[in-house]
Write a protein of this length. Sequence first.
Length: 113
Amino acid sequence: MTVPFETANAFPALWLDRKQLRIPMGHCAGAAFEAVKKAGLREANKDAEGAGGTTASVRGTIRCVRLPRAGPCNADGATAVFIATSDRSLQDAKDIVQRMSRALGDPVLFDCN
């Protein structure tokens, strides 16, 4: 007996990156939410540990990972992890990660009070 089959594309395509931030963990989700919107993702949403949104073919997310006592003012710091998946191409996912990273920039806490 012969079973017909087709090869599958390796989708969704996944792209990841990270950036250590110079703001407390408590500020990361808000900064991530603003970056998601600035990067042009629609249906932006936020929770306590990050934010995400979509384009026509990509789901992009910024997750905030707590770094105990490693932030400014002796507070918990954060690393931003950028995650994107695309149902079209790896390049689409990579482009969204780069847009979110540029939009987040390098936020800095100036006042510990």
